[in-house]
Design a binder for this molecule. Structure first.
Ligand SMILES: C[S@@+](CC[C@H](N)C(=O)[O-])C[C@H]1O[C@@H](n2cnc3c(N)ncnc32)[C@H](O)[C@@H]1O
Length: 220
């Protein structure tokens, strides 16, 4: 496909998907203006996908590892049924005020509880099989350990979504064999692909999103 058609197709897909709410456009703009890593926000399509998957799962309790400025957290919150909640975990305490402002600026923010701290430490506070949906999007080096925790925390029928599992293609590039983040993502992918008791698919969308569903029925 030539470049012109490819970029036409991007706009076509954007304009034929549910629109990005204005409050998320403002969040992205503010993230880019105020922070050096503003591009870490999930974008329009990924956000709509997170909302869609959340609506399909109808979780009571969702957990996100890696909040950044709250874009994905608010998309998941948009998809949560009434009375359900999302706990989102962010290690960088300097982001706390920014995130809380974004949560307070959205009608969906009240469903979100922000926890500042290390994802692995906070995950250990959750009981076995207590979580219905997890979104993994924090430190790539720790992805294999996040997977272990997610497997433990997830209810039968629950879903794990993991972002950046193609890691800009580095997962297949021998030049990145010794890169710690690439190693983390590769180990995660290898481990996930051989997990008994789970259905798994990698969506080659954006930077790769893996969906892993624990077999069994979710009891709502
Ligand atoms: C890619 S960004 C998350 C983007 C966000 N989920 C979104 O889609 O808008 C990754 C975030 O994980 C945070 N992070 C890194 N290591 C972490 C850890 N060990 N525990 C919790 N958060 C961590 C980073 O500070 C960063 O804000």
């Amino acid at each position: 496909m030539n470049y012109e058609i490819e970029s036409e197709l991007d706009s076509y897909v954007d304009s034929h998907s549910s629109p990005e709410p204005d409050y998320l456009k403002r969040l992205t703009r503010e993230s880019n203006l105020r922070l050096i890593n503003g591009r870490m926000c999930s974008g329009h399509l990924q956000g709509r996908l997170l909302k869609m998957i959340t609506m399909l799962c109808a979780p009571k309790l969702a957990v996100e590892l890696g909040t950044f400025t709250g874009y994905s957290a608010l998309c998941i919150a948009e998809g949560l049924p009434e009375g359900s909640r999302l706990v989102t975990i962010e290690a960088d305490d300097e982001l706390e005020d920014f995130i809380l402002r974004q949560l307070n600026g959205s009608e969906h923010g009240k469903k979100v509880e922000l926890r500042i701290g290390k994802a692995l430490e906070i995950c250990r506070e959750f009981a076995d099989e207590s979580v219905d949906l997890m979104f993994i999007d924090a430190d790539k080096r720790e992805y294999p350990s996040y997977l272990d925790e997610a497997i433990r925390m997830l209810r039968p029928g629950g879903l794990i979504m993991a972002d950046n599992t193609l890691w800009a293609g580095h997962v297949c590039d021998p030049a990145y064999e010794n890169d710690p983040q690439t190693k983390g993502v590769r180990t995660f992918n290898d481990k996930a692909a051989s997990l008994p008791g789970f259905d798994i698919v990698i969506l080659p969308f954006r930077d790769g999103i893996t969906l892993l569903r624990k077999k069994g029925n979710l009891k709502i």
